[in-house]
Design a protein around this ligand. Sequence first.
Ligand code: FE2
Ligand code: FE2
Length: 273
Amino acid sequence: MSAYSQTTETLSQPPLGKLCVFHQRSDQSAKKIMLSNGFLLLQYNKRAKLLPMNADALILAADSALRTLFATPRAARPTPKPQTLLAPQGDGALAAPEARELTDAEKSLSASLMRVNHVGEVCAQALYTGQALASNNPALRAKLDAACREETDHLAWTHERLAQLNSRPSLLNPLWYAGAFAIGYGAGKLGGDKLSLGFVVETENQVEAHLASHMSHLPANDLASKAIVAQMKTDEVAHARMAQKAGAIELPEPVKRLMGAAAKVMTTVAHRI
Ligand SMILES: [Fe+2]
Ligand SMILES: [Fe+2]
């Protein structure tokens, strides 16, 4: 019998930042960007409210995309590890039960499922970056920023687990990123913050349900993947709650169904490619 929990190992704090992209940078370069005229212009330039996307936002969006898709992500929290409970052995002594090694077929299944989860995190980076760039509300940007720190952790954990399973991320990640960014930015610009938050709630709810199904589909002895998925699931629930409290409006049912259908296509394809 085992339970999953995060270790209490302390890592350095994530860099200062307002957008997801900063969480993937070194502290120094993040501070440099925060102090640059370009970022201040993005924050305070009123023209940004009128134009679809100004040059600064475009550069930040491109930077985020390149880092999410091609750089190795850095987690602020340690990778969740399975916590194995000690069980009494034949001689009465307590010892951790030995985990059976994954077979090739189990590794392949785990890799497919973790690839799907990694795609979800690529989309989360794109969605939150698009929404943060579209919003002019500093309080909302701070909330998106906090959630995005955790999404960067998820990205790093799933990336790391894929490598451990001798597998790779989806080849179509640029496509998934572009689609999610367009939804995040479009929802924020066209529908405003409350609609944008509505997308967060619905996305996180769907992701949480998806992760719950992965907990039962992952091989029983793949405790490492299950520990990661369990922590991600906890975080996604908190993100949905945050968006709800921040004033999200409920999306119309047809939009929810459309999002569900798009997610189905994405997960089916990412399972293989
Ligand atoms: Fe996530
Ligand atoms: Fe999330």
